[in-house]
Write a protein that binds this ligand. Sequence first.
Ligand code: G3P
Length: 221
Amino acid sequence: MKFFIDTANVEAIKKAYKVGILSGVTTNPSLVAKEGVKFEERIEEILQAVPSVESVSAEVTPDAVTAEEMIAQANELIKINNYDKNITIKLPMTLEGLEACRYLADKGVKTNVTLIFTVNQALLAARAGATYVSPFLGRLDDISEDGVQLVSKVAELFRIHNLDAQIIAASVRHPDHVTRVAMAGAHIATVPFAVIEQIAKHPLTDQGIAKFAADWKGSSR
Ligand code: G3P
């Protein structure tokens, strides 16, 4: 399973990129709004910060409701990095979003269909040519459903029917989500930087480092 970072904060993106574990970035209107910056400018900054990742998802804004409006926004976003392949247009899971997805996929543009909460929605997105589908597990857990189980079922369905779309486990909230979606067959988990920090750490690792340091200091070398 690959890691994308789920943020519009450039400093966090740069930190994760430097560690060398990053394959992509996802953003959404809420994450960009939190930064208080201009959307297109922030996407450009992100694209420049992570030149070698496979995907940077830029979501069409909530003002785009029809497929035509989404495609018009997508065409502007694609221009930001001179039609390079790593910009991915993120589209909402609606019939209009699917129509835009099919159009863009046929033009060779990468797409990420977001806000997926059922297996059927994932199937539709894959059939509309989505490069990525994004089931939101944390938000399902929030309403007492099992988000990881959804990822597991979508992974099984894509295997049975040889569907190429990659599953991005999104709305990942904590380390246990990461382990469980990896085991469930997600191709990618998109995670906040805080979760990357959490999964890198273990108290016994910290204790071990402290003990090595103390022993080294007290040795007679
Ligand atoms: O990747 C989707 C994510 O940004 C939503 O996460 O925690 O708001 O459900 P959350």
